[in-house]
Design a protein around this ligand. Structure first.
Ligand code: PEP
Ligand code: MN
Length: 456
């Protein structure tokens, strides 16, 4: 079997690498309390035997692509929902998100004349850390919503019950999402010669118009190359990797497989797995588990991160100092990035380590408006992106990528933009189950801004 399918890894039992279970004896935060649930064992057994969602060879390729980012020769774009939903896994919605991501990538590739490594926050982004275990509304207290792989969003007792079978549903929803993503990116749609068509179906807006003129420029350039007899094979398909927060270790562990080529473990739930700001404790379960798998790993770093913490994370997660293995996703907040990021970058530089630096300009800029909605001001998002580029420029380090919560839908969740979203629109077009996302227009605007910095 391994000769026929060298990239598949289903054979070895999950028990045969004891280090993959060390995390079970460590402190672990933000987990469901469902281990005594009657369906827990059967759900885990099922996940132990399902096919991998992604293959070890693809994961290796992404790590190599990210090594190019670490060396300053490519840019890393990560985007998607804060929390995916089962009901949202429809062809229209998935394709809207993918199209928006591809459009952002085209703006960046063309603007920066640089390859872009693309990762959707999708096909697995179904579990969420919460600031409290419970939520109270009108005097009623229920367990918090922890993502659809754990419980339901509706504020009823029944919906908020933590159900391990949801992990299996999360796996299948991820599989169908990934299937559509793969056919989109390899089945002809992502052919760069169709770049003009990717705008179709979105509401027109200023960023949309700017995209249209860029797409025409690309179109002219491609026609010129075609007339010169250039070979277009490389332009016909693109690679879109998947990634999510590796929060639910029951799920991540159950989808971990041993690669028959190398005997090394890969978390096959997605290509790129990151550790959230709230679960990155140095001696805790998440850092331990993800230190054992061969995927490229990200860690979110908030404004309180110390240089020592960053260096210890490198020692634990990237002891070989392999460029592409470790990505630091900083999410400082617009008002703090210029003050807090330089010391981390310098500390890592002095250590001689090469990480990929990515900015998440979303999570440090979340506010609540009086009407109760969680939102972000587009200007704060822009300001954090600017701060990120300024800091890296001053220190001579490479600003490697951007991580955004976005959607292709015409939602009103973040305030502002060049065709400004106002709070009054929230009542009709606020759809996220968790954090507010950039809509199609705001996503393209951010891409144009980043392209300007990269082309300097
Ligand atoms: C997230 O990415 O949705 C998230 C919870 O981020 P952070 O860990 O940075 O707070
Ligand atoms: Mn979020």
């Amino acid at each position: 079997m391994s000769d026929l399918f060298p990239e598949t890894t289903p054979s070895l039992t999950p028990q045969n690498l004891p280090e993959l279970d060390e995390w079970r004896n460590l402190k672990i935060d933000q987990q469901p309390t469902w281990h005594d649930h009657p369906d827990f064992k059967a759900s885990i057994n099922e996940l132990n035997s399902v096919p991998p969602l992604v293959f070890a060879g693809e994961i290796d390729r992404m790590r190599k692509n990210l090594a190019e980012v670490a060396e300053g020769r490519a840019f890393f774009l990560q985007g998607g929902d804060c929390a995916e939903t089962f009901a949202g896994a429809t062809a229209d919605r998935i394709s809207g998100r993918i199209k928006t991501l591809l459009q952002m990538a085209v703006v960046l590739t063309y603007g920066a004349s640089m390859p872009v490594v693309k990762m959707g926050r999708m096909a697995g982004q179904f579990s969420k850390p919460r600031s409290s275990d419970t939520e109270t509304r009108n005097g009623v207290t229920l367990p918090s919503f922890r993502g659809e792989m754990v419980n339901g969003f509706d504020f009823t007792e029944e919906s908020r019950v933590q159900d391990p079978k949801r992990m299996v549903q999360g796996y299948h929803t991820s599989a169908s999402t990934l299937n559509l993503a793969r056919s989109f990116t390899t089945g002809g749609f992502a052919d760069l010669r169709l770049v003009n068509q990717w705008n179709k179906g979105f509401t027109s807006n200023p960023a949309h118009a700017r995209y249209e003129s860029l797409a025409s420029e690309i179109d002219r350039a491609l026609k010129f190359m075609e007339a010169c007899g250039a070979d277009f094979d490389a332009l016909k398909t693109t690679e879109l990797y998947t990634g999510h927060e590796g929060l639910l270790l029951d799920y991540e562990r159950a989808l971990t497989r041993i690669d028959s080529r190398t005997g090394r473990p890969y978390d096959t739930s997605g290509h790129f797995i990151w550790i959230g700001e709230r679960t990155r404790g140095l001696d805790d379960a998440h850092v331990n588990f993800l230190s054992k798998v061969n995927n490229p790993i990200g860690v979110k770093l908030g404004p309180t991160t110390t240089v020592d913490e960053a260096l210890t994370l490198i020692d634990k997660l990237d002891p070989e100092r392999e460029p592409g293995r470790l990505t630091f996703i900083t999410r400082m907040g617009a008002s703090k990035i210029r003050e807090n990021l330089p010391k981390l970058v310098e500390g890592v530089q002095n250590e001689g380590a090469k990480v990929v630096w990515v900015t998440d300009p979303m999570h440090g800029n979340t506010i609540s408006v009086p009407s109760g909605y969680k939102t972000r001001k587009f200007d704060d998002v822009v300001d954090e992106v600017r701060g990120f580029f300024e800091v890296h420029e001053a220190l001579g380090s490479f600003p490697g990528g951007i991580h955004v919560e976005m959607t292709g839908d015409d939602v009103a969740e973040c305030l502002g933009g060049s065709d400004p979203i106002e709070e009054a629109a929230f009542a009709d077009r606020y759809e996220t189950l968790c954090d507010p996302r950039l809509n199609h227009q705001q996503s393209l605007e951010i891409a144009f801004l980043v392209a300007e910095y990269l082309s300097r």
